[in-house]
Write a protein that binds this ligand. Structure first.
Ligand code: ZN
Length: 496
């Protein structure tokens, strides 16, 4: 995602660097909150500690890295052959399968829903954990909330409890063994905050419902993800790639865009970690983009907003094509972008993105990049936010031609070397979150070598971790196959 008050610093810094780099247009000038950063264009900072082994590119003289790739340190796999497209890891055939139905009252700002999920754990479990992200601190603070109204399971339900607002624990009467299927149903009702700058909100003629369906927070080989909900803008924890069959009921006159492809009156998605729904009366622009397979792209702008769908469509199409060439094929047959009011920046979902009005090319391409780094390659957004935000920012800024020169990005003390910190840390240092995770994550990658080499590593990382939950250690190991100094360089930014 890109937005919220915390991103103001990045916007200011991006504008500064974009100006320095001669990048025109809308990059970073989008609908985020007013800049509050003290970042100065071209300021030479002593706050950032450039990694001593880094090969940091500069606008004037990108540092050369000899090719072919040198041998990595002992104990790691051999260097990557960048001439060979890596084969993606296959989607787990035992992935969860959700059937969900929502009924949304856009005028009243309420919704009811029910989800049925078939789940095959790879470890024995005696309870299920659903995360209720609509009860995150940000949503509750804005007056929203989700109330569970019913729970059922194919195994006997011994008890249910909510140890915190975002966590629903369903204790089973008998354990489910690894490889066995357990089915569960959760029903709920939802209060949408009025005009909230968030993924759950409603206003006159529109509604956003992101992360409102209770999700199984299962990490294969590890177990349930129980980290507390963060106050950060649209961050959650993790969810496995899953199949979805989603129905959305609204009153006549409203239109729906959602994760997946519309088949009949259902939104069907394969390998999606979460789903989101945007409702409104829209002006649309559509195109079919080769990424490299055909991807149906739809941009929809809510009635009353001055934004032009065709402008976003061009940016999305360009970014999809570019990122597919750099990081591997776009994983779904459709991409939809809904622009609705009262949202600063953008929020990514697999195949569907929510953006606020006036978002520039920076936000739009950043959210496209999340389709690879968050969508295809999952991560624990609470534990390792740099894996989605840092990588998406790297993709965005390099796509825009913004030089990633550490000297141009003043780094607050609380961000310096802290790119790998979890959201629990950034909740305490929200003012430096963007510099610390987004910018520093991008700088860390740029420090590994020239863009072609870094892209080669990211393409392999995306293939190796496709549909899975990646870790910082996995990123370091893969990048070490194109840049042997990667462990030391990334560690100097706090990644490892
Ligand atoms: Zn983001």
């Amino acid at each position: 995602m890109w937005g919220g008050a915390a991103c103001a610093g990045l916007v200011a810094a991006l504008v500064a660097v974009a100006l320095l780099a001669g990048v025109g247009g809308e990059g970073g000038t989008g609908g985020d909150a007013a800049p509050t950063s003290t970042a100065r264009p071209g300021a030479v900072t002593t706050a950032h500690r450039p990694p001593t082994t880094a090969v940091a590119g500069t606008p004037a003289s990108p540092a050369p890295v000899p090719l072919p790739v040198p041998a990595p340190p002992a104990g790691l796999p051999g260097p990557l052959d960048c001439a060979v497209a890596p084969a993606p890891r296959p989607l787990d055939s035992a992935r969860p399968r959700y059937v969900a139905d929502l009924a949304v009252d856009v005028v009243g700002g309420t919704a009811t829903g029910e989800v049925h999920v078939a789940f095959i754990p790879d470890l024995a479990v005696d309870h299920l954990v659903f995360r209720l992200w609509a009860n995150g601190p940000r949503s509750l603070g804005a007056g929203g909330g989700l109330e569970v109204t019913g729970v059922g399971a194919s195994a006997r339900v011994a008890s249910t409890e909510q140890p915190d607002p975002t966590t629903l624990v369903v204790r089973l009467g008998a354990p489910v063994q690894a490889g066995e299927t357990v089915e569960a149903t959760v029903a709920w009702r939802l209060l949408l905050p009025f005009r909230a700058d968030d993924r759950v909100a409603f206003g006159e003629g529109w509604a956003r419902l992101g992360s409102v369906v209770p999700l199984l927070a299962w990490e294969a080989g590890v177990g349930w993800a129980l980290a507390p909900g963060t106050a950060g803008f649209a961050e959650a924890s993790l969810a496995p790639a899953a199949d979805w069959d989603l129905g959305v009921r609204v009153a006549e006159g409203y239109e729906v865009l959602a994760t997946g492809a519309l088949v009949g009156d259902r939104w069907l998605a394969v390998g999606a970690r979460d789903v989101a729904v945007s409702i409104g009366r829209f002006r649309r622009a559509t195109a079919v983009v080769a990424a490299p397979g055909p991807v149906e792209v739809t941009v929809a702008v809510a009635e009353g907003l001055p934004d032009h769908p065709a402008t976003y469509l061009a940016t999305v199409s360009d970014a999809l094509t570019s990122f597919a060439a750099r990081f591997g094929p776009y994983p779904w047959p459709a991409y939809t972008l809904a622009v609705t009011p009262d949202l600063g920046g953008g929020i990514e979902y697999p195949g569907h993105v929510m953006q606020g009005p006036s978002a520039g090319d920076g936000t739009t391409s950043h959210e496209v990049a999340h389709q690879w780094f968050y969508g295809l390659v999952g991560n624990d957004q609470g534990r390792d936010p740099v894996l989605d935000e840092g990588l998406a920012t790297y993709a965005e800024l390099t796509h825009l031609g913004v030089a990633l020169d550490p000297a141009a990005w003043p780094m607050p003390d609380t961000a310096l070397g802290a790119a790998g910190q979890p959201m629990a840390y950034w909740d305490q240092h929200a003012d430096s979150y963007y510099e610390g995770v987004y910018v520093q994550g991008a700088l860390a990658l740029a420090a590994l070598g020239p863009p072609d080499l870094v892209d080669c590593g990211l393409r392999a990382y995306a293939a190796e971790n496709a549909w899975a939950i990646a870790t910082p250690a996995g990123l370091v190991a893969t990048m070490a196959r194109v840049a042997p100094a990667a462990p030391a360089v990334l560690a100097s930014y706090g990644i490892g």
